[in-house]
Design a protein around this ligand. Structure first.
Ligand code: CDP
Ligand code: CDP
Length: 219
């Protein structure tokens, strides 16, 4: 069984997907972390974020690994722990440029499908229901107002000591959504057979309960 969860930035996908996966005993796959890892690789190589050929020369050989831990999961790129590096503002603000590169998408989608072939998964991203796992039994499209999503990012940042103003965060989120929704290759889009959940006014537990109910109806 496959559960696909897509939606814009900070709609609650990864938080909810992780809990749903744990409750069902499925593997959680954070595809955003894969595109973020590719962006860190471009940064390490000193490449322009639009340099597709330069990045692909290394990305095809790159070892990207996820390791579950108490705080969620650790991410390793060629053996190096990049868990914190993939969440810096530099990477967040440039990942949409890297993820729009067609060859990068082909490589990542290939890896994501290989993981899904190995067992039952909850996979979250932007194109899971439309492109990566078009036959997924359960497809969720999670949305929330841009203002609420910016507030969530703000709370996360404050906890980490990052003091970016709320209005800046909202503008960054809206710009990233716009880039992700308008790119040529598998843009962020609700699959025709996806169920939309608006999380603006919902608690994490309420969203989890709703998805578990939908999943159980489809098992
Ligand atoms: O957690 P957040 O919503 O900030 O983003 P993410 O899920 O970590 O994804 C980071 C970026 O990766 C997105 O803004 C997209 O540009 C890209 N992405 C994508 O293109 N396709 C996916 N399946 C997942 C992420
Ligand atoms: O993966 P995505 O970018 O869609 O969002 P996330 O990283 O799961 O969630 C962003 C933040 O919103 C996290 O700090 C969550 O705890 C919080 N959140 C929330 O407050 N209420 C929800 N219903 C879902 C997430």
């Amino acid at each position: 069984m496959q559960i696909a969860i897509d939606g814009p930035a900070s709609s609650g996908k990864s938080t909810v997907a992780k809990i749903v996966a744990t409750k069902l005993g499925f593997v959680y796959v954070d595809t955003g972390a894969m595109y973020r890892s590719a962006t860190v690789l471009a940064q390490q190589l000193g490449l322009d974020y639009g340099d597709e050929a330069g990045l692909m020369a290394e990305l095809t050989k790159a070892d990207i690994q996820f390791q579950p831990d108490e705080a969620g999961q650790k991410v390793f790129l060629n053996g190096l722990d990049i868990t914190l590096a993939i969440r810096t503002p530099e990477i967040t603000n440039n990942v949409s440029q890297v993820s729009a590169l067609p060859a990068v998408r082909t490589e990542m989608v290939d890896r994501q499908r290989q993981i899904a072939e190995q067992g039952q998964v909850v996979m979250d991203g932007r194109d899971i229901g439309t492109t990566v796992l078009p036959d997924a039994k359960v497809k969720i499209f999670m949305v929330a107002s841009a203002k609420e999503r910016a507030k969530r990012r703000y709370a996360e940042n404050t906890a980490k000591g990052i003091m970016t103003p709320l209005a800046t965060l909202q503008a960054e989120i809206e710009l990233r959504d716009q880039k992700d929704s308008t790119r040529a290759v598998s843009p962020l889009r609700k699959a025709d057979d996806a169920i939309e959940i608006d999380t603006t006014k919902l608690l994490i537990d309420e969203v989890v309960a709703e998805i578990l109910t939908i999943a159980k109806q489809n098992m």
